[in-house]
Design a protein around this ligand. Structure first.
Ligand code: TYM
Length: 363
């Protein structure tokens, strides 16, 4: 099994990414000799942030080298979060620009918007028929999101069914996601098993390919970095905005005065340094923190500069794309066309196996 790869249930084992093609996932449904297939999605809640980048996008870019990849802007998931209708089109555009600017390549990967392929919702409905409500109610994200809600939309409960449909519609064997999605992926495996149990082996049980650095904490140093918490740094932020955000980051709470000795191992700013700052400088940063010889503000300044540097070219590419939304549109149209071809073939087989192709059966 490749380094950094786990099964969706967290167990170690050989997975799709390094397995011979016919063994992608658990081997079912992947033609011998075919390049292993990857699917992943992201909600259009605006431009991507550092958590999205480390948890997902960075791996997505790498996987294009070795896998046939499908990358989806999941607008139908996003509507469960009550995005204002007038904002959704721009958020989709912004996310598409983020995808392309970090290096997703439409020549190699299929990049598309979920609602352009209606088979996602068709398969989701079909999976509703094999998914226990108890399994949905156990999902941590569902419990967290609905804890303080008076009236819970059914879409929040059924959200992971649509996610399973996204992945299995393309019979993908591997799914690069951040840690927060592992439980949803385990449910995807359960759904595939249950459907296969009833209608015969067809869907693979996909494995997770985790991102870099586990669950990335936000600038508050407490919660997962997330747009809804407001603790993010956008990957396309300009230098001033990066500094404005990083300046607010919470550091080691025991470091009250500038010359108090700090503990890099508990400081989220240091964790972010490990992802973005030149590795040759990390010993100096940790050492000066421990000795209390560099204050937190100066340390954050270095981090802001590292983030700025890391994304400079990405920002330049994004600016070009922003000036040419028609090009982005053409990429998404072409992606949807390719995705639809695959999706139709899967749904045809699914309908047949489930007895829904009644015309053919009547002779
Ligand atoms: P979403 O849109 O919340 O996040 C997209 C990706 O970014 C990762 N991520 C993080 N990783 C580490 N630390 C963080 N703070 C962090 N924040 C976000 C997520 O793990 C994810 O990989 N339900 C999914 C979208 C989805 C999907 C799919 C994913 C829909 N269908 C099919 C994979 C396959 C979600 O809400 O991700």
């Amino acid at each position: 099994m490749a380094e950094g790869q786990v099964r969706a249930d967290g167990a170690e084992g050989r997975g799709a990414a390094d397995a011979p093609a016919q063994e992608a996932g658990d081997g079912k449904g992947v033609a011998p000799g075919a390049v292993p297939r990857v699917f992943s999605g992201m909600q259009p809640s605006g431009e991507a942030h550092l958590g999205n980048y480390l948890g997902a996008l960075r791996r997505w870019v790498e996987l294009q080298e070795s896998h046939e990849c499908f990358f989806c802007i999941v607008d139908q998931h996003a509507i469960t979060g009550e995005i204002p209708a007038e904002e959704l089109p721009l958020r989709i555009l912004d996310l598409a620009i983020s995808f392309l600017a970090v290096g997703l390549d439409p020549e190699r990967s299929v990049i598309f918007v979920q609602s352009d392929v209606p088979e996602h919702t068709e398969l989701a409905w079909i999976f509703n028929a094999v998914t226990p409500v108890g399994s949905l109610e156990r999902m941590t994200q569902y419990k967290d999101k609905t804890a303080r809600m008076e009236s819970i939309p059914a879409g929040l409960l059924n959200y992971p069914i649509l996610q399973a449909a996204d992945i299995l519609l393309y019979r993908a064997g591997a799914v690069p996601v951040g840690e927060d999605q592992l439980q949803h992926l385990e449910l995807t495996r359960e759904i595939a098993r249950r459907w296969n149990g009833r209608y015969g082996d067809f869907f693979p049980e996909p494995v997770a390919i985790p991102g870099v650095g586990g669950r990335i904490l936000g600038l508050d140093g407490k919660a997962k970095m997330s747009k809804s918490v407001g603790n993010t740094v956008r990957i396309l932020a300009e230098p001033e905005e990066i500094w404005d955000r990083v300046r607010t980051a919470v550091t080691d709470p025991q470091r009250v005065r500038r010359d108090d000795p700090g503990r890099p191992e508990v400081c989220n700013v240091f964790t972010l340094h490990q992802h973005f700052t030149d590795p040759d400088h990390l010993d100096d940063i940790a050492g000066q923190c421990r000795a209390g010889t560099r204050g937190c503000v100066a340390c954050k300044r270095i981090l802001a500069d590292s983030i700025d540097e890391h994304f400079r070219e990405v920002r330049e590419r994004a600016a070009e794309l922003k000036a040419d939304p028609r090009r982005v549109r053409a990429i998404l149209e072409a992606g949807a066309e390719r995705a639809r071809g695959e999706a139709r073939a899967t749904i045809r087989e699914v309908r047949e196996r489930m007895g829904m192709d009644w015309r053919g059966a009547w002779g």
